[in-house]
Design a protein around this ligand. Structure first.
Ligand code: F6P
Length: 321
């Protein structure tokens, strides 16, 4: 290709900027022109873009968010929207489009591929770590550190007051952040969407551990762990005479300077994706498996293809006694 497009879409993730930098600098090195669409697919639909050169991505490697802006673009669910996006890409002479995002963004890329014949290459950018074809997604490690820091802080006050704390972390459909925060923070309970919610067992375990002398509890709850969310979990536990406090961490997890591993992943995959475009590849996700960069078909990258390691829940039963 001579001209490529790039966009960041869906929930922003720390490291998206580092990825943009790697993409633009690699493309410039290979004499490609780069168009950066603003606010995800919305910029493609509306023809809103920036021409990016090496200097446009200076001093962003350490910045959270995305200089291109991001959005969830409902028009991409309709044929008219997809046609409009395709016509902008044709009009601008874009030959390859690089999409940095999560599940929704990769779904959007697949839908767009039915209306546009250019190359499409996905890059995994989401704090949720829920894409198949890659072991890790850009942003997960930073979000995890933020959540873990919150868990550590709550532990201090939980211990001082002999309290039960519920920490809600992000992940509507994915338990990765909750699971890794719970293991890293030594949480007593970890509730995730991939495992059925069972309040009786939780209350039973709280009672047992109190009788063994444990005074404080940290329960990490993924956003989508159960119907009714963290307030339902709190109500279920309080219903048995225990006092609880809840901390909903929310979008704090999406911001901040990316940690080293996210910058590394973003940089390596950014370079790899441009090389894949130069090699004529299309409809693939540029992912990392073990220590190896891999291209996998986009449809394999979608939801459900990257289940969290459930054995962590089991080992936590004896670790959290
Ligand atoms: O997909 C990333 C994510 O942060 C999820 O963890 C969370 O459930 C969702 O986005 C929140 O979306 P929004 O920013 O649109 O509220």
């Amino acid at each position: 290709p001579r001209r490529i497009g790039v966009l960041t879409s869906g929930g922003d993730a720390p490291g998206m900027n580092a990825c943009l930098r790697a993409i633009v600098r690699t493309a410039v090195y290979h004499n490609l022109e780069v168009i950066g669409f603003q606010r995800g697919y919305c910029g493609v639909l509306l023809g809103e873009y920036l021409t990016l050169d090496a200097r446009s991505v200076a001093n962003i490697i350490h910045r959270g968010g995305t200089i291109l802006g991001s959005a969830r673009c409902p028009e991409m669910h309709h044929v008219e929207g997809l046609e409009r996006a395709a016509s902008t890409l044709k009009g601008l002479g874009i030959e390859a489009l690089l999409v940095i995002g999560g599940n929704g963004s990769m779904q959007g890329a697949l839908s767009l591929a039915e209306h546009w014949s250019g190359q499409i290459i996905g890059l995994p950018g989401t704090i949720d770590n829920d894409l198949g074809g890659t072991d890790w997604t850009i942003g997960f490690f930073t979000a995890l550190d933020t959540a873990l820091d919150a868990a550590d802080r709550l532990r201090d006050t939980a211990e001082a007051f002999d309290r039960i704390f519920l920490l809600e972390v992000m992940g509507r459909h994915a338990g990765w952040i909750a699971l890794f925060t719970g293991i890293g923070g030594g949480a007593e309970e970890i509730l995730i969407p991939e495992h059925a919610y069972d309040p009786d067992t939780i209350v039973k375990r709280i009672k047992e551990s109190r009788s063994r002398g444990k005074r404080s509890h940290i329960i990490v709850v993924a956003e989508g762990a159960c119907e009714g969310g963290v307030s339902r979990v709190a109500a279920d536990i309080e219903g048995h005479g225990f006092e609880t406090r809840t901390c909903v961490l929310g979008h704090v997890q999406r911001g901040g300077s990316p940690v080293a591993l996210d910058r590394y992943l973003a940089t390596e995959l950014g370079v790899f994706a441009v090389q894949a475009a130069l090699d004529g590849k299309s409809h693939v996700l540029a992912g990392k498996q073990g220590k190896t960069n891999r291209l996998v078909p986009l449809n394999e990258a979608l939801d459900g293809n990257n289940q969290p390691p459930m054995h962590l829940l089991e080992i936590n039963r004896f670790l959290a006694t």
